[in-house]
Write a new protein. Structure first.
Length: 215
């Protein structure tokens, strides 16, 4: 009795995705890794649906014949089995406006317009126009143009009505301070290089002694 090696002779009936192993008087077939079956019939294992893949939780699994592959989701970076969030804010790959603040999030990022501006984050527009400064939902003007009109020397000639008229001509309105915090803010800015329209440097009152909260 002689042993015929069916594996070498090519007379075996193992599947193309199986290995043939010669045995005494016979042979056996075994599916290769990534396949399942009895060796004569071998079918691909779908590791993705079977859950036997090792893709990262933030990766997509793609089944292939005999194997599978992993690719990180958008916003993540890695080899697929390990994916880390991309910090778009630190890397500068965000599209936030120059007047917005970037906030990194897992898989993404967000943009929020800075104080004094409004928009969707990728576009932020100054709430106050030109040289007006935003504070507590009001716009204040501290410009050389107004300072030239209402300098400290001319302050005594300024009235609330004329000051407001000038403000409105500049597409704004006269500042009104509803509370002490805002009044302090106005006072600090008033002490700067430019004078606030209608306001003196020493007291937040009009020349006639009326508090500027009076309208
Ligand atoms: Ca597979
Ligand atoms: Ca991110």
């Amino acid at each position: 009795m002689c042993n015929v090696n069916e594996c070498v002779e090519g007379t075996h009936n193992c599947h193309s995705s199986a290995t043939c192993q010669n045995t005494q008087g016979s042979f056996s077939c075994g599916c290769v890794d990534g396949f399942q079956g009895n060796g004569v019939d071998c079918t691909d294992i779908d590791e993705c649906s079977a859950g036997t893949h090792n893709c990262d939780v933030n990766a997509a699994c793609t089944n292939s014949v005999g194997s599978f592959s992993c690719s990180c989701d958008a916003g993540f970076r890695g080899d697929g089995t390990t994916c880390a969030d991309i910090d778009e804010c630190a890397e500068g790959s965000h599209d936030c406006h120059a007047d917005a603040t970037c906030l990194n999030t897992p898989g993404s990022f967000s943009c929020s317009c800075n104080y004094g501006t409004e928009g969707n984050g990728t576009v932020c527009i100054d709430i106050c126009s030109d040289t007006w400064t935003y504070y507590e939902e009001s716009c204040y003007l501290s410009s050389r143009e107004v300072a030239d009109i209402y300098s400290r020397d001319d302050f005594s000639h300024t009235t609330w009505t004329s000051a407001r008229t000038t403000c409105q001509a500049l597409r704004g309105d006269l500042a009104v301070t509803p509370d002490s915090a805002e009044q302090d803010w106005v006072r600090r800015h008033m002490m700067g290089t430019f004078h606030w329209i209608g306001l003196g440097a020493d007291a937040v009152t009009w020349v006639d002694g009326t508090a500027i909260t009076d309208t």
